[in-house]
Structures are given as C-alpha cells and as structure tokens.
Design a protein around this ligand. Sequence first.
Ligand code: 8X3
Length: 249
Amino acid sequence: MKTAFVTGASSGIGCATAVALARAGFQLVVAGRRRERLDELAAELAPTPVHILTFDVRDRDATTAAVIGLPLEFAAIDVLVNNAGGAHGLNPIQEGDPHDWDVMLDANVRGLLNVTHAVLPGLTARKTGFIVNITSIAGREAYANGNVYCASKAAASMLTKTMRLDLLPFGIRVAEVAPGAVETEFSEVRFKGDTERAAKVYDGFEPLRAEDVADVVAFMVTRPAHVNVADVLLLPAAQGAAATIFRQP
Ligand code: 8X3
C-alpha cells in the first residue's frame, strides 16, 4: 500500500485530500495541529491505516522529529501534499500587522520547506515520490490587500517549479494546484473569526468545495509514473481571475 502524507489535514482541503487519497488506495499520514479533528478524520477513514502527527509546520525541530519518528510501516512516503498554511488579515500594506506577515511567511513558505526537508531524504534515497504543493491563484495575480499572502503563495509556487528541476534526477515529481475561491475555514481564519465577513466572500456564486481540490490532487498522484500534471489552476466556474467573480445579483 502506498503512503500519502498530508499536512493541514485537520480541516478544509487537507482533510478532503486525505479522504480522497484513502479512496484512491493510499494509507495516510495526517498532520495538523488539532488532535481531535485528526482523530475524527482517522475514524472516518477506517479501515484505511492512518497515522496521526500533531505538530506545527512552522516549528522545524518538531517537524523533523515527527517525520523521523514515523513508525516503520508509515515511514516510506510516496506522496507528500504540502497543504498547511493560510491567510491572516486582508489589509493594505501600510495597515498590515507584521505578526500576521510572520505567520503567513512561516507557515506558507518556511513550513512547506520544513516538511519537504524532513521528507526528502527518504524520497531521494528511494528515488521515487510525488510532492504536491497547494498554492493559490493569489500566487499568480496581485490583488489589493493581498500583499504578503500573495507573496507567500508566489514563493510557494516558485519553490514548486525549482524543486521540480532539482528533483528530476531522483524521479520525484513535483506539482502544484493553485485554487481560486474555495469555501473552507480559509476566510474565517483570514478575518480572525468574523464569520459574517467570511461568509460574504462566497456570496452570490458557487465556490469550489475542498473536495473539488482533493479530487484534482487524487487525479494528479494516480497518473502513471511517466506523467506529471505539474501545474493546475483550479477555479470555480464563476471566477475568471483573482478579483473577478461573477456574483448573481
Ligand atoms: C485563496 C484564494 O483568492 O482568496 O488562496 O487568495 S484567494
């Protein structure tokens, strides 16, 4: 049985991806910060074998220790989905909170690197593997007030492209899915628990669901070994660009 490792698996795209990959026949390492959510997910995935890791991707030592400590039956990772991360705040740069900036850069960029760094020794030694980074349309297009979030996703996107080059000799495929508007806890986190403001983001059109993104990830990682669906921009039908969404009046 192949093993998939999904970060940020306690909710949203990560959680749905774990479900989709279990359906596709993978056993799972699910990583996140919220143990209870991961316990629930593991129960939902039964009888698929699941190993739960609770750590914060921003903490390099904890990330390394978690990966090194994987039990033997989960240690040979075939697929890594770097999904952990998010947006904090949506303000013009002059009104931004540097703490929010740190959190985004630490999770969306350094976190991705921390997990990748911890997992790569196994992948390069076995000369196989597939890394999917969940980026964002925000990494391709600037939108007002997106500043540091857009920058963090642009960095994740460029890391995807450069990692792909570096890992070619090892037969490791690296790809990204860049979603547009997906209704998850994303906006609630961005707006610091303001559920009304978060709900407005998805008013008047049908956003993507986490499962829509998960389906695409599952498709990508189940292609034959000679195929890499390297770069997917995934939008709801009503979205044409980062800040252009057709909303029903
Ligand atoms: C989430 C999509 O458009 O809010 O990454 O940046 S967006």
